[in-house]
Design a binder for this molecule. Structure first.
Ligand code: CND
Ligand code: ZN
Ligand code: ZN
Length: 374
């Protein structure tokens, strides 16, 4: 029976409030309005940013359906939609590309003003497409993928190659692209350089993959959880260290280890202290440090301006600096052409209803990426 134009009842993981457990509920998903797309989600990764919303570090409106790193198939489209059609394989975009705002029209910007980083939780008509137990349930990062069906705006979805395996390329929807792009697009790592990556989760490992593909000759991974070192080395780290093994500042340790040659550092944790550590660890004059980790909202930093005065560059990037609509299909094609491997990042695959187990793996530091399949 066709679902076209009808409300779909399906399973979703609803978070009723801050720091609450996920509750698998039956939700109603309204049909897409004009310029909207309803997607059947088939695979969704668990990213630390979802947990940031659970903890309140990233603002969301409750009750909410989290999840933003996914892949699926278009179920139906609203009036006026031209870039996707029912049956297309797609990736929802947690960083939209409207094509019209000041970031979108500039070749160097990607932080589209349609991004919902302030937790509005609604689509452009200021309403939600989800209801549960008679109450509206809000959207997250204009995607909401911890559900069998979601509705997004056309600016938040892109068609990908029909040959793409969705349970792998879902990582291109956030973690992989974020880390890989931080190295190859934002920092533009140069061949023969020395790189240091703070935080060896799915994002940090993707930074390492980017540094390696850019031809870096020394790539040092840093984590307080030594269980992450094996995977980091498997994807390209030349050495891994834990700051807990040293009494002196990590910047001094790295200076000695590299003969004072750290060209690039990447912070893929999201802690105020490690943001400063990463800045101080890149070379005093020609070093570049990239903020990739998401610091808790309203965090303020105090640092010695001399760190920048001497010539260092401090940058941030959202979604690796990629323009999402333009670049995601190319990244998917590069994956299909075997230019990089996503298997090494996926340590666990679980059925969607085991979402709590997936988050437990994240909290225990036992996974790189868990992919939930519907
Ligand atoms: P995940 O939690 O898997 O990895 C973080 C790693 O950091 C873990 O291995 C920790 O053991 C390690 N760690 C924690 N504290 C320290 C410390 N003090 N020193 C050294 N290592 C430490 O997270 P993830 O890889 O999914 O995400 C990493 C960050 O990137 C996180 O803040 C997430 O919200 C952010 C992010 C940003 C963007 C973007 O567009 N910029 C997109 N997605 C995720
Ligand atoms: Zn993410
Ligand atoms: Zn835009």
């Amino acid at each position: 029976m066709s679902t076209l134009g009808k409300v779909i009842r399906c399973k979703a993981a609803v978070l009723w409030g801050l720091k609450q457990p996920f509750s698998i509920e039956e939700v109603e998903v309204a049909p897409p309005k004009a310029y909207e797309v309803r997607i059947k989600i088939l695979a969704t990764g668990i990213c630390r940013s979802d947990d940031h919303a659970i903890q309140g570090y990233l603002v969301a409106k409750f009750p909410v359906i989290l999840g933003h790193e996914a892949a699926g198939i278009v179920e139906s489209i609203g009036e006026g939609v031209t870039t996707v059609k029912p049956g297309d394989k797609v990736i929802p975009l947690c960083l939209p590309q409207c094509g019209k705002c000041s970031s979108c029209i500039n070749p160097n910007g990607n932080f589209c003003e349609k991004v919902d980083i302030t937790g509005k939780g609604v689509l452009s008509d200021d309403t939600s497409r989800f209801t549960c137990r008679g109450k509206p349930v809000y959207h997250f990062l204009s995607t909401s993928t911890f559900t069998e069906y979601t509705v997004v705006e056309e600016s938040s979805v892109i068609k990908i190659d029909a040959a793409a395996p969705l349970e792998k390329v879902c990582l291109i929807g956030c973690g992989f692209s974020t880390g890989y792009g931080a190295a190859v697009k934002t920092a533009k790592v140069t061949p023969g350089s020395t790189c240091v990556v703070f935080g060896l989760g799915g994002v940090g490992l993707s930074v390492i993959i980017g540094c390696k593909s850019a031809g870096a000759s020394q790539i040092i991974g840093i984590d307080i959880n030594k269980d992450k070192f094996g995977k980091a080395k498997a994807v390209g780290a030349t050495e891994c260290i834990s700051p807990k093994d040293y009494t002196k500042p990590i910047s001094e340790v790295l200076k000695e280890m590299t003969g004072n040659s750290v060209g690039y550092t990447f912070e893929a944790i999201g802690h105020p202290e490690t943001l400063i550590d990463a800045l101080a660890s890149c070379h005093v004059s020609y070093g570049t440090s990239v903020i990739v980790g998401l610091p808790p909202s309203s965090t303020m930093l105090t640092y010695d301006p001399m760190l920048l005065f001497t010539g260092r560059t401090w940058k941030g990037c959202v979604f690796g600096g990629w323009k999402s609509k333009e670049d995601i299909p190319k990244l998917v094609s590069d994956f299909l052409a075997k230019k990089f491997d996503l298997d090494q990042l996926i340590t666990h695959v679980l059925p969607f209803n085991k979402i709590k187990e997936g988050f437990d793996l994240l909290y225990k530091g036992e996974c790189i990426r868990t992919v939930l399949v519907m």
